[in-house]
Design a protein around this ligand. Structure first.
Ligand SMILES: NC(=O)c1ccc[n+]([C@@H]2O[C@H](COP(=O)([O-])OP(=O)(O)OC[C@H]3O[C@@H](n4cnc5c(N)ncnc54)[C@H](O)[C@@H]3O)[C@@H](O)[C@H]2O)c1
Length: 264
């Protein structure tokens, strides 16, 4: 029986993590590798992806970098083919790369930024499903976690493109789960609340540039737990969804957000 700290929890498994040069992706990739998985670290930023691989290797784990832009279907096909070449199977996909876009009203939202947010946050997740599911279905086993957000559950002013894509990720997950639950494959959504990580710190600077802590205080006033999530708390929840401990869990949205959405 595996446990959430067991070094063999993901032994023999191959995992792809997109956005694995970033905060949540890197922490999750490191956790997966520390518990036995071979990890393909996908990011369009080669330097940060390499840092994740170096950290995994230093811990004695196995990982490879694959530079790819998830908004390009050929590059998604490329990371899938690369993973099969390197490790011969794909057991886990953490479909996690995303960007925040801008925080302005819909009427002011730059259309080129809108398209980019949709291309990365939604198309990238769809392509990940499209190209990995055939292999998972063929082997009769697979586990996909798509990263949404509390912005995939509620709508806050000024966050239109991001919230729209994250709501769409929730819908896509439910459809995918229904399509493949009978084929040994699970698909779930992780919905982090604000995380003590660079993406949220950038939001603070964007919203109240004169005093970023002012925006933080406003957000924290809506989080009953009284703090942001730590990166490892999100990685831990992601790994639970990816592990056999959540075996009968399909198509859910798992909020990890200090009761943020409970109290709204
Ligand atoms: N940080 C938060 O507060 C928070 C809250 C809720 C949800 N999330 C979600 O968690 C996930 C990870 O967020 P994070 O905090 O680690 O952000 P992050 O910015 O630290 O990491 C995102 C990574 O994705 C990569 N990326 C962006 N566009 C890409 C593309 N087109 N192709 C390949 N890689 C690309 C970036 O280079 C970066 O390394 C995202 O889906 C985000 O929306 C984050």
């Amino acid at each position: 029986m595996s446990t959430n700290t067991h070094p063999d929890r993901f032994a023999g498994k191959t995992a792809i993590v997109t956005g694995a040069g970033g905060a949540i992706g890197s922490a999750t990739a490191r956790r997966l590798a520390a518990q036995g998985a071979n990890v393909v670290v996908v990011d369009f930023d080669e330097a940060t992806a390499q840092q994740t691989v170096d950290a995994i290797t230093a811990d004695g784990g196995t990982a490879r970098v694959r530079v790819a832009d998830v908004s390009d279907p050929e590059q998604v096909r490329g990371y899938v083919d690369y993973t099969l070449e390197q490790f011969e199977r794909i057991d886990i996909l953490f479909n996690n790369a995303a960007i925040n876009g801008q925080m302005v009203p819909i009427v002011d939202y730059p259309l080129d930024v809108y398209r980019k947010v949709v291309a990365i946050n939604l198309d990238g997740v769809f392509y990940g499903l499209h190209f990995t599911l055939p292999h998972m279905i063929a082997q009769g086993f697979g586990n996909i976690v798509n990263t949404a957000s509390v912005a995939g559950i509620i709508g806050h002013a000024d966050h239109s493109a991001y919230a729209a894509t994250k709501h769409a990720v929730v819908g896509l997950t439910r459809v995918a789960a229904a399509e493949v639950a009978g084929k040994g494959v699970r698909v779930n959504t992780l919905a982090p609340g604000p995380v003590n990580a660079p993406m949220m710190h950038a939001n603070e600077r964007m919203q109240t540039p004169d005093d970023p802590m002012r925006y933080r205080r406003k957000v924290l006033a809506n989080i009953p737990a009284g703090r942001y999530a730590e990166i490892d708390e999100i990685a831990s929840a992601a790994c639970w969804l990816m592990s056999d401990e959540s075996e009968y869990v399909h198509g859910i949205v798992l909020p990890v957000e200090g009761a943020f959405t409970s109290s709204i």
